[in-house]
Design a protein. Structure first.
Length: 222
C-alpha cells in the first residue's frame, strides 16, 4: 500500500505558477512564498487512491481515454496505473476565506497549493517507481487529463473508476473541475523496457517545451 505524502515544493515552481518568467525572486515575494508553503504544509491533509489495470493496444481496460498522447504513452505497456490525489478540504476553505479578506495572500497561497499538489504526485511517483522497479518493470512519466490532446473530460471516468468520492472525498463537476480544486488525476504506464525517465523536472513531462509554467519557458526568456 502506498500512502499519500508531500514534501515542500520548490519556491521557483511556485513562482512559475504566479506567472513570473526569468525574473529574480525578490525578498518580499520570497518571504511570502515561504510563508505560503509553510501554511499549506500545516493545513493540507493529502490523500490518494490508485489502481493498476491491464492495457490492450494502448488502451486501459475500463477507462475510455482518447488522444494520441495517451495512446503513445501506453502503447509499449501491458499495464497502467491510474491515480487521483487531493490536498483535502482544509486548503480549499483557507483559500475561500483569504479571497474575502486578503486577495494578495490568496493568490500566493493558491500557487503554493498547486505546487504542493504536484509534490504529492511526485512522492507517489517515487514510491510507485520503487515498487515497479522491484518487479523488474519500468514506469513511464505521468500524463494528466487536460494536457496535450488527452481530454480533460477523462477525469469523470477516471474518478468513477477509482471511486474517489467515497474513498478520498474527490468529485468532478459537470465542467470537469475537481473538487477540492487542489487535486490531481493522472495515468502512468508500466512497461517491460525502460521508458523516458520520470522525475520532478519539466524535462520529463510530455508537455515539456509547450507548457507556460515550464522551466524551458523560463530559460527561453532569460
Amino acid at each position: 500500500m502506498i500512502e499519500a505524502r508531500m514534501t515542500d515544493p520548490d519556491p521557483k515552481q511556485v513562482l512559475r505558477y504566479l506567472g513570473y518568467r526569468g525574473q529574480d525572486m525578490q525578498t518580499g515575494i520570497a518571504w511570502q512564498i515561504q510563508k505560503g508553503i509553510r501554511t499549506v504544509g500545516e493545513i493540507a491533509a493529502p490523500r490518494l487512491v490508485w489502481r493498476r489495470l491491464p492495457v490492450w493496444n494502448g488502451e486501459i481496460s475500463g477507462l475510455p481515454a482518447k488522444g494520441q498522447e495517451i495512446r503513445d504513452l501506453l502503447m509499449p505497456c501491458r499495464e497502467a496505473v491510474v491515480m487521483a490525489a487531493t490536498l483535502g478540504t482544509q486548503v480549499e476553505q483557507m483559500l475561500m476565506r483569504l479571497k474575502v479578506t486578503d486577495m494578495a495572500d490568496a493568490v500566493i497561497l493558491d500557487a503554493c497549493a498547486s505546487a504542493a499538489a504536484e509534490k504529492v504526485c511526485d512522492c507517489f511517483e517515487e514510491d510507485l517507481g520503487s515498487r515497479i522497479e522491484a518487479e523488474g518493470l519500468f514506469l513511464t512519466c505521468r500524463l494528466c487529463p487536460g494536457y496535450g490532446d488527452f481530454p480533460v473530460g477523462t477525469q469523470t471516468a477516471l474518478c468513477r473508476l477509482l471511486d474517489t468520492g467515497r474513498r478520498i472525498g474527490l468529485t468532478v463537476t459537470d465542467s470537469q473541475i475537481l473538487i477540492p480544486r487542489k487535486s490531481v488525476t493522472a495515468v502512468y504506464g508500466v512497461a517491460k523496457e525502460p521508458q523516458q525517465p520520470c522525475g520532478s523536472g519539466c524535462g520529463s513531462c510530455s508537455m515539456s517545451g509547450r507548457c507556460p509554467y515550464s522551466e524551458d519557458e523560463d530559460r527561453r526568456r532569460e
